[in-house]
Design a protein around this ligand. Structure first.
Ligand SMILES: Nc1ncnc2c1ncn2[C@@H]1O[C@H](COP(=O)(O)OP(=O)(O)OP(=O)(O)O)[C@@H](O)[C@H]1O
Length: 347
């Protein structure tokens, strides 16, 4: 288990800053997801941690030891980092066993000991009996698991995942999410996971770092990112929900009364916000159609599995509000929205 610390990391490509003075601490044994739109710098960050690339400014330390700064650069093979990338990084023409034993062979482990460890790890990743199969004969999900097995065998102290599930179908993704969680529990390695997929990030990580334009906007537990996003970008990027204009009425210190469409509601807030105008985040699960509430008009309904996603327009608001309903109201109908939870977005 390794504590990873990035301090003031900048990586430029021409005039562009792929990473812009990023500082981030990843505690030993933590599982952190990097979440953010395409091009925000997630892969660049992983490559710097792995040692495939070098920062222009700043320092990366593993357990207090510098592995990269402007002058020094510890090579990837001496960092104890395992990678599970979408491009697999396996030798396709070799069999599964040879791919997995490679890190053992480089450390002088061979023969019966090597065979025992490979059998054990194949069992762990659910590939018992696949040792002699060539990698090119495996499915995408199976290849991911071989890459993971290689990290386990190498006893990687840090494991980096770059969109490992992007090419897999929904069912396999769910299975792999379970496998990753299980491996994290067993290995106790410090894991960093890059994804576009919020549900993966929320399910897997103990912390999520939300990135934009080469910077980290917020790094916190998934529940905090979801319930108390630090700004408009995080609120808009993670989870469903609408950001609305509201008028401050009274309160402070964790909670306030605010008004939307002439209707008063209670909202959570950080200590730093106050009126007279505020922005508020309403998540679908905290909303329902009721006898009294914020007046709105039904714009559309879409069936999403067990519930209908109902899109509602509130006069004077730019974003539509989404509510999940068992029975869909008629488009055009005037309704009222009851609110059980709301978050005032800090500025
Ligand atoms: N080798 C390179 N040469 C030039 N520009 C690069 C290079 N690598 C990355 N970039 C640029 O740096 C920025 C960050 O790229 P990066 O791959 O880290 O983003 P990302 O968040 O991983 O994106 P995605 O989710 O699409 O994979 C992008 O604008 C990209 O075009």
């Amino acid at each position: 288990m390794v504590h990873i610390s990035l301090a003031g990391i900048t990586r430029r490509f021409g005039a562009e800053r792929a990473l812009d003075t990023v500082s981030l601490d990843l505690p030993a044994g933590s599982f952190t997801s990097l979440l953010g739109p395409s091009g925000c710098g997630k892969t660049t960050m992983l490559r710097l941690i792995a040692g495939f690339d070098k920062p222009d400014e700043g320092t990366i330390k593993f357990d207090g030891q510098t592995v990269a700064d402007r002058e020094r650069q510890v090579p990837p093979e001496r960092r104890g980092v395992g990678v599970v990338f979408q491009s697999y990084a396996l030798w396709p023409h070799m069999d599964v066993e040879s791919n997995i034993t490679y890190p053992l062979a480089t450390r002088g482990v061979s023969g019966a000991e090597s065979a025992r460890r490979v059998a054990e790890v194949l069992e762990t990743v659910g590939l018992a009996g696949f040792g002699k199969r060539r990698v090119e004969e495996l499915s995408g999900g199976q290849r991911q698991r071989v890459a993971l097995a290689r990290c386990v065998v190498a006893e990687a102290r840090i494991v980096l995942f770059d969109e490992p599930l992007a090419n897999l179908d929904m069912h396999l993704r769910a299975t792999m999410v379970d496998a990753f969680r299980d491996i994290h529990r067993r290995l106790g390695a410090t894991m960093v996971y890059v994804t576009h997929d919020q549900s993966e990030a929320l399910a897997l990580s103990d912390r999520i770092a939300v990135m934009k334009d080469g910077r980290i906007l917020q790094c916190a537990a998934p529940t905090e990112i979801y319930r108390a996003p630090i700004d408009e970008s995080v609120a808009g990027f993670v989870g469903r929900g609408a950001r609305l204009d509201a008028t401050w009425h009274s309160g402070g210190e964790g909670g306030a009364d605010i008004e939307i469409g002439g209707h008063r509601i209670s909202a959570r807030c950080s200590d730093s916000v106050s009126g007279p105008k505020v922005r508020v985040l309403l998540r679908p699960e905290a909303l329902s159609l009721a006898e009294t509430g914020i007046p709105a008009r039904v714009v559309s309904t879409i069936y999403r599995g067990p519930v209908f996603e109902v899109s509602l327009e509130i006069p004077g608001q730019r974003e539509h509000v989404v509510v999940d309903c068992a029975e869909p109201p008629v488009p055009g109908a005037n309704v009222q929205i009851a609110v059980s939870d709301a978050w005032i977005i800090p500025r």
